[in-house]
Design a protein around this ligand. Structure first.
Ligand code: WT7
Length: 652
């Protein structure tokens, strides 16, 4: 018997762009979008060939796509380029050399900005430091840094000399760093003495030292160099021979560093992401396709203009930061805002203050952040002038309609389109999204495929689902910025992504298409519940809970149940003024019944002061499942941001 996923979320509001936005947009009608998308699918070689020729190549490619060895794709074969030259050198001769590239603000309020000429110079010097330390083309370099300009420079400097960077998010633990360094056989680490977070210094170098303590050292095949950028006055231990201060090395090198010609399919970077089981996967991205993909998506999804001040609030430690702070925006010559610290430091209006101060026009952030701001209260938003904003974006998880509407009204003043962008570490760039000048956006829908993306929704037998039923999302066509493998484990790559449905990429998400052909992501398929034979997306129940005024955030997990197979357990954290009571439990149950149907009514609603999250803000449902079932917490908890959260849930 085939199965699909029942959907229960009803959302029929829609918000077309204003006439002013539409008329100025790059693409301004459904017909235009349809025609370009159709061509990208029918003639991908023609389409991607034209796009690719818009970025500078050192040697032109002679083939667009070779898919004969699928799923090993070869894009832009024969071509040579350098990602740092695409991001920097081209702008020195295109009239952007004095344009601001990076506008940075530290958590304590210090500011630095770099023009394209200055950033080019800094990256060339950084690259020469790496070379002087013996780092060469093909070497893997781990980067563990705070959100300071040197983080972006470090990635571009690696790219400049053809070294493969592996950025590890600055919140990860020593053992996570060790695993990633080992898996990638990194021979150098770039870090800093510390970084500011919530008014404190994170001692990054100490964590690196701890990670390296039981790895082979410089005399063996291990890490021979730890390059330390001075950010704070934090005291650091020193390993003579291995450790060096960036500023000391900088004094010894010149600003002359021609970009290394790289084959289109040479690896640009590794970025680790967790799978549903097993050790983290080193997702491997290559140079040509990744640059083409991030270049094009940045331009069209954000409808980028020359005078935009663009701010993506992600950390460079995640794919969002790689693609939409560094490579995509810089390839387009954009002015990028970068902020080091926490959104509520020193006050819960810090983001809005930054937007007002720097006259940010495009803001790209995550639903989890939006919900936090909602909880902190409108008064922190109201103090600041957000009229410079013209476009908003979200990414990372399905956004519940309540948060979407708040984002649109409170932050966007009702005038800014919202692009809800669906993609993954593996896809390299945005795959499904509204186009801001075209789509009548629906709160919670990522709308339509981007150019070249050919999605389909299947049941468990691989048969396309009928009508607006939910099912497994799959992609039928390769795309330039797709992952090329899992580092060191090609079999796992084939098994994880290319085996569920023959000849198609399986991202692991459930989705449905509504009657207008708009896509609704229903979350990871491993977050799907089965209650009395009805398969339900946890996200839809969570959305219903959050739509109740008393609820700030909700996580829904299954608990084994003798009668219904699984029963729904909801963990909710309450909005500021709500208080915990049995009446409220009953009210919330009734509310879910009303919003979705009785089948979705949680069997158990528990109040939580906070929900367990990963350092990137994703709720760790896996742990909540154990709590809900009254089991011992099993498996890895190293990615949990705050262990005490889970302890208090269990004890409570
Ligand atoms: C997973 C990928 C893409 C960069 C950040 C996360 C979920 C992502 C959306 C969205 C619904 C989304 C999916 C996806 N996701 N964006 N707009 N709507 N779900 O990257 O850590 O690789 O996670 O995040 O489940 O598979 P990632």
């Amino acid at each position: 018997m085939s199965t699909n996923i029942d959907h229960v979320l009803h959302e029929d509001r829609s918000f077309p762009p204003s006439e002013a936005f539409r008329s100025a947009a790059r693409i301004s009608s459904e017909e235009e979008y349809d025609a370009i998308w159709r061509r990208s699918i029918d003639d991908p070689d023609g389409f991607w060939g034209e796009v690719a020729r818009q970025i500078p190549w050192i040697k032109p490619f002679d083939q667009v796509l070779d898919w004969s060895d699928a799923p090993r794709a070869k894009w832009f074969g024969g071509g040579q380029l350098n990602a740092s030259a695409v991001c920097l050198d081209q702008h020195l001769i295109s009239g952007r050399k004095d344009k601001t590239a990076i506008l940075w603000e530290g958590e304590p309020g210090d500011q630095v900005s770099y023009t394209y000429a200055e950033l080019h110079d800094a990256v060339c010097r950084f690259a020469n430091v790496l070379k002087a330390r013996g780092i060469k083309k093909g070497d893997r370099v781990a980067i563990y840094m705070p959100m300071i300009p040197e983080l972006a420079m470090a990635t571009l400097a690696c790219a400049r000399i053809g070294a493969i960077h592996s950025v590890i998010f600055g919140g990860f633990s020593a053992s996570s760093i060790r695993d990633r360094i080992e898996d990638g056989s990194c021979t150098a680490v770039i870090t800093s003495d510390g970084g500011w977070r919530r008014g404190k210094v994170l001692p990054l170098k100490d964590v690196v030292d701890e990670a390296l303590a039981d790895l082979p050292g410089s005399d063996e095949a291990g890490v021979h160099t730890v390059l330390v950028v001075k950010r704070t006055e934090n005291d650091v231990a020193w390993h003579e021979g291995r450790d060096c201060w960036y500023h000391d090395e900088l004094a010894k090198v010149s600003g002359e560093c021609p970009p290394e010609p790289m084959e289109s399919e040479d690896t640009l970077f590794l970025l680790y992401t967790s799978g549903s089981t097993g050790k983290p996967k080193g997702i491997q991205h290559t140079t040509g396709g990744y640059m083409v993909g991030t270049y094009l998506t940045t331009q069209f999804v954000f409808d980028l203009r020359e005078d935009d001040i663009y701010w993506c609030t992600a950390d460079v430690g995640w794919i969002t930061g790689h693609s939409y702070i560094v490579y995509g925006p810089l390839a387009n010559g954009a002015t990028v805002v970068m902020y080091e610290g926490a959104p509520n430091q020193p006050h819960p209006g810090r983001f809005w203050e930054l937007i007002a101060k720097h006259k940010v026009t495009i803001l790209y952030t995550a639903p989890t952040a939006i919900r936090a701001f909602m909880r902190w209260g409108d008064e922190h938003v109201d103090k600041h002038d957000l009229s410079s904003l013209r476009l908003l974006g979200t990414v990372g998880e399905p956004i519940n309609p309540e948060a979407w509407i708040w984002y649109r009204q409170k932050i966007g003043g009702g005038r800014c389109p919202i692009v809800d962008t669906w993609w993954q570490t593996e896809t390299g760039g945005i795959m499904m999204t509204p186009l801001p000048g075209v789509s009548a956006t629906k709160p919670g829908s990522c709308m339509k495929p981007f150019f070249g993306v050919d999605p389909v929704i299947l049941d468990s037998d691989g048969v396309e689902v009928e009508g607006d039923a939910g099912g497994y999302l799959a992609l039928r066509k390769p795309w330039p910025s797709m992952l090329r493998g899992i580092w060191g484990d090609y079999e796992r790559f084939v098994e994880t992504y290319w085996s569920k449905f023959k000849g198609m990429y399986f991202p692991g998400d459930g989705a449905r298409l509504d009657k207008d052909g708009c896509t609704w992501i229903m979350g990871r398929v491993d977050d799907v519940l089965n209650v009395s034979g009805h398969r339900l997306s946890t996200m839809e129940i969570e959305s219903a809970l959050v739509s109740h005024g008393a609820v700030c955030e909700a996580a829904v997990v299954p608990r084994p149940d003798e009668i219904t197979g699984q029963a729904i357990v909801a963990f909710v954290s309450l909005a500021g003024d709500a208080s915990k009571s049995d009446e409220l439990v009953a009210e919330l149950g009734a509310h879910v019944s009303k919003e979705i149907g009785k089948l979705a009514r949680p069997a158990d609603i528990r109040f939580a002061d906070a929900l367990p999250k990963t350092r990137s803000g994703k709720i760790m449902r896996r742990l909540l499942k154990d709590v809900a079932a009254g089991r011992e917490i099993a498996g890895d908890t190293t990615t949990l941001e705050d262990m005490s959260v889970i302890e208090s849930l269990r004890d409570g």
